[in-house]
Ligand binder design. Structure first.
Ligand code: SF4
Length: 404
């Protein structure tokens, strides 16, 4: 089978994936003694608790956590790992808020502030539209753009580029647009859906704990508003992603509570398709007290996410943030998706990311094959899949040794 389809809710994962776990986890005695109780729980398809998560954060053998998370990932998707062909177009960097971790936002009067009008946005997208099937658009909270602006933008985008899905607007943008337009979240989302919005990205979740939010992103949507907006989207049939920004000032309990709130919402709505955990990048930001995550902590957090989030199918290694090298390794630590070709990205790059932006499908698929997985191109909503095996790279010719 080289191409297949799925539903928004299953998102390419087998409904009976837990049946595969006993064989994949194998003989419990093959695991170190301390992790055997958790290996048994996973093998039996039981849900992990906050205490289990804390144990995994303190367990010294990271590769064993990776092995366990890989069993769960393989139970869902076998050796497949996913990517898509997309482009990021950030419609504006003007924002009425000033989150402490954000290197992207500008005040309206800043020299490098920009706001793409509809034509400028379409011109930008038009440069890439031939090569992509998704535009990912998030931006600042523009003081003047209400629901009508985005309706016009989405309708015009669909008219000119009907094959391009629109994954746009984080929860805080939905809240801001609702307030400007004096509408409920429900009304705002259903109007945007009608205008062409396909899905919501997961940004703006940061850490779902209002004490942390008061310090790192004061004024943003509250934890319960984030969950309410995503619930509302799911009820309207709009699939969404969810994220976690870690390595600022949060505790491990707060990270795990964040995951638990997301999985519990998805128990009820089944509309989260992918969880995207990404570490705080510090350049040019105003959060000197941030802890900053090391490479092994990033891998550990990705692996723990896979083990905790049994109701969310996909875990993304967001290469725009963690880099290609770590994203490739993360595919052996529970992640199954490395995002897209991207082409153009500002938010992470302004904060310090050095991930290359010019990846075509072949280079992206090679990252996946090098990690030992089979590359599968997916669409935005994880309903269409196609295996994409990249051609063998050209072998380098050996240069003749210079004679001494
Ligand atoms: S993170 Fe979003 S809401 Fe916060 S300042 Fe940056 S652009 Fe504005």
């Amino acid at each position: 089978m080289s191409a297949w389809e799925s539903s928004i809710h299953e998102a390419g994962s087998s409904a009976n994936w837990k049946d595969n776990l006993p064989e994949l986890v194998g003989d419990i005695s093959s695991w170190s003694k301390d992790i055997q109780p958790l290996a048994l729980k996973i093998s039996q398809g039981q849900r992990l608790t906050l205490e289990d998560g804390l144990f995994l954060y303190s367990y010294p053998n990271l590769s064993e956590i990776g092995r366990l998370s890989n069993c769960v990932r393989t139970a869902r998707f076998g050796a497949y790992a996913f990517f898509n062909s997309n482009v990021h177009v950030n419609q504006t960097n003007v924002c009425v808020l000033a989150c402490k971790f954000c290197a992207f936002r500008r005040s309206k009067k800043a020299e490098d502030a920009y706001s793409l009008d509809v034509e400028a946005y379409l011109d930008d997208l038009g440069q890439y539209a031939k090569f992509v099937d998704e535009v990912h658009s998030v931006g600042g909270l523009h003081p003047d753009w209400g629901v009508e602006h985005y309706e016009t933008l989405f309708k015009a985008s669909k008219e000119r580029f009907p094959h391009v899905s629109i994954k746009a607007l984080t929860a805080v943008e939905i809240k801001h647009i609702s307030q400007l337009s004096n509408m409920s979240f429900q009304e705002t989302l259903s109007r945007l859906k009608k205008a062409g919005l396909t899905s919501l990205p997961g940004g703006g979740a940061e850490i779902l704990d209002d004490d942390v939010r008061a310090i790192i992103c004061n004024g943003k949507e509250s934890s319960s508003e984030y969950l309410q907006i995503h619930r509302c989207a799911h009820e309207l049939g709009i699939p969404t992603n969810c994220t976690m920004l870690f390595g600022t000032i949060e505790t491990l309990e707060q990270r795990l509570n964040h995951m638990i709130q997301l999985r519990e919402l998805n128990d009820q709505t089944n509309g989260f398709q992918c969880f995207v955990p990404y570490p705080f990048l510090p350049d040019d930001t105003r959060l000197p007290e941030a802890q900053l995550a090391t490479g092994s902590e990033i891998l550990r957090t990705i692996a723990i996410s896979r083990l905790m989030l049994d109701s969310i199918p996909h875990i993304k290694a967001y290469r725009m943030n963690i880099g290609d090298e770590l994203a490739e390794i993360a595919l052996q630590y529970g992640a199954d998706d490395i995002d897209g070709t991207v082409q153009k990205e500002s938010i992470m790059h302004l904060a310090g990311s050095t991930t290359p932006l010019d990846h075509d499908r072949i280079r992206l698929a090679r990252l996946i094959t090098d990690s030992g997985c089979i590359p599968v191109q997916r669409n935005t909503t994880y309903e269409r899949f196609e295996i994409f095996i990249p051609p063998e790279p050209k072998r380098r010719q050996n240069l003749k040794m210079a004679s001494m």
